[in-house]
Design a protein around this ligand. Structure first.
Ligand SMILES: [Zn+2]
Length: 333
């Protein structure tokens, strides 16, 4: 961590030379919009940040302020960080201002029409930070690099899946995740050589009969990246419009395929641990009445396949398996 940055250093940083580490540039990019300092330094997050930064995040943020990359936001920034839209609308009402609109509109209305000292009294103290011009350049260059790396990785995964090189698809995703300054799924090891779970998921998925290629590929990408299949279906162009029935059907089918594959693999995992598990629970959450009636504990012999055949949830069955251990059993009785 540099304790001070000369103009030359900043020039290097802006052009991608490693005076700031990736995790430091990522941290700066989080302040492209005003943000509470506490979202980084609060207990819980702080330790994780410290392990990635190699220093207490509090020190790093203070240093970024000192060298002119972050600053306290002005009154608009403070308003937007302190209040949610309904609270801003209330504040507008209390000054006889029009209470409708997007957050930015409400904020600028208040700033235009109400004296700063009054607003400041409503805000009280707020410990927030935002990028300076310089910080913004660093944050935005980090973000655009990150976006293009992500797009490249996603394209490579898609190619591999299209050609049914399932192991390659897993490897590409792992390689990408391992290089992320803030890895997905805290505690996951993206450098592990064993990709058997991911590979099993994809094999299970791609062995489904009579599924359209579009749905299969979206489901496969979703399983690998830990996202919703809808994100990998063709993007609708033009102005925002509601989805057509056909688009919704494709989305639901892709999601169903991803769910079937992951539930089968999960159940298979539990079955191979019969020596330490008592059975399997099915959790229905807020799914339909039919599913709720089937939620509960099952022995390994009785546990049904998910998704439930008779589910009436229009978005598809949301039930999931959970391992039934002696502990959870005791808890339930
Ligand atoms: Zn259901």
């Amino acid at each position: 961590m540099p304790t001070s940055l000369s103009p030359e250093c900043l020039h290097h940083c802006l052009h991608g030379e490693p005076h700031l580490t990736d995790i430091e540039r990522f941290l700066i990019s989080l302040f492209l919009k005003p943000r509470l300092r506490n979202s980084i330094v609060a207990p819980g997050w702080s330790d994780h940040w410290a392990s990635l930064l190699g220093t207490a995040p509090d020190e790093v943020l203070t240093n970024f302020q000192r060298i002119g990359l972050l600053r306290h936001p002005d009154i608009s920034g403070q308003l937007s960080v302190k209040f949610r839209v309904p609270e801003l609308a209330d504040l507008c009402r209390s000054y006889d201002l029009h209470p409708r609109g997007k957050k930015d509109e409400l904020v600028s209305r208040l700033v235009d029409k109400v004296e700063t000292s009054l607003l400041q009294r409503h805000i009280g103290t707020v410990d927030a930070l935002e990028c300076t011009e310089l910080g913004r350049e660093i944050g935005e260059s980090f973000r655009s690099e990150a976006n293009s790396k992500r797009a490249t990785a996603e394209r490579a995964v898609l190619d591999a899946l299209t050609n049914r090189n399932l192991l390659d698809a897993c490897k590409i995703m792992f390689e990408y995740e391992a290089k992320q300054p803030w890895p997905r799924a805290i505690g996951a090891d993206w450098t592990r050589p064993d990709k058997s779970r991911e590979l099993a998921l994809l094999r299970e998925l791609f062995s489904q009969p009579s599924v359209s290629e579009l749905e299969l590929l979206a489901a496969g990408q979703a399983l690998l990246w830990g996202k919703e299949p809808a994100e990998f279906l063709p993007k609708r162009s033009g102005p925002r419009r509601s989805k057509t029935a056909e688009e919704r059907a494709v989305e639901i089918e892709a999601r169903k395929q991803a769910t079937i594959a992951s539930q089968r693999i999960t159940l298979r995992g539990y079955l191979s641990n019969q020596d330490i598990l008592l059975g399997v629970s099915i959790l229905a959450g807020s799914c339909c009445e039919h599913c709720k009636s089937l939620s509960g504990n099952y022995t390994f012999d009785e546990v049904p396949q998910l998704p439930h055949e008779g589910c009436t949830n229009p978005k598809g069955c949301r039930c999931c398996y959970a391992p039934l251990t002696s502990l959870s059993f005791k808890h339930l009785t």
